[in-house]
Design a protein around this ligand. Sequence first.
Ligand SMILES: [Zn+2]
Length: 160
Amino acid sequence: MLYKLSCKGLSKKKENESYNDLLCVQGRCFDLPNYAKQSSADKVHGLQHNLEIGIMETVRFLIHYGLHFLFPILVAYIFFRKKWKLVSLVFLSTMLVDLDHLFAEQIFDANRCSINFHPLHSYYAILVYALGLFWKKTRTISLGLIFHMLTDWQDCFWIH
Ligand SMILES: [Zn+2]
């Protein structure tokens, strides 16, 4: 079973509550109650379901990090050919706004939407980034920051 891992420590299960099996994908755990008692048809069905979640999570991961790391370099190369390396670096440096995650109780949570949760991902911050588009000096970094926010925002639609 590709995605089935034991991760009892990660789940916030209550005492007395019994989980025969836990499915964990990127730190997110799903309980599979009475797995051992299930018929083989149910097990196959469950396995397909888990695999679907696993595939979806992998797609989500690839899109999120592709947009964070590969897309900015691509945009810099296509639209800022003459100084694409510098522009790429500016775009990638917008990842620094994720330092605001350090103020959160749980630094990383795949089930949480960053937008309007962390201070540098708040609507006020986004407004400041948008204003930065009006000045030539801040335009590139603002563009990167807004794109960072769009990347984090699309990720929120994957939360289930
Ligand atoms: Zn972010």
